[in-house]
Design a protein around this ligand. Sequence first.
Ligand code: FNR
Length: 186
Amino acid sequence: MATIVAIAGSVRAKSFNQMLLRAAIELAPAGTTVEAASIADIPLYNGDLEEASGLPASVEALKERIASADGVLLVTPEYNNSLPGVFKNAIDWTSRPPADLRRIYGGKPIAVIGATPGPGGTGMAQAAWLPVLRTLGTLPFFGARLQVANAGKVFDEHGALTDAAVRGQLEKYMASFAAFVARQAG
Ligand code: FNR
């Protein structure tokens, strides 16, 4: 059984990216478990804090969720044609200390999807993650793309993904990423 930890880069209650993450859990193929991890309790990175008291418990917990998963799914909003600072802040924390980087991220299958109410589908944010994923030493998944545009129309008022076409795209994406993860894990 392959496990994927999914992290959304927005902490607001009605986040479209949280909705997309929940739909990814729902539409994951049989034999793959997708579980959400939150960045809500991660403080701003502060090197003084790290030096004085090490990593916050929330960061240690997120690191271990990533280390123990076979794959990672980042569900990213797009801010100003790039990735959100709050999301990168969380991932930056998990890259500390450098001696631990290989254990957490080395060769780890990782995929990026995202949703926006705008027309662009988070393509710019997804591209902005690439140098980060390379620097972390991950194994990025390039077998498919999922850019959810017009998010206000594809989710209903309860946050369910109701657009049939996007559901189909997400289901295919998750099957493809899960197979990639299973190949690396096996
Ligand atoms: C945005 N938004 C946005 N959307 C987009 O498609 N391209 C962009 O460049 C930006 N830029 C941007 C900057 C800032 C500072 C904010 C706050 C927002 C809109 C963004 O996609 C929208 O707020 C989403 O709803 C954010 O994701 P969640 O919180 O719904 O997951």
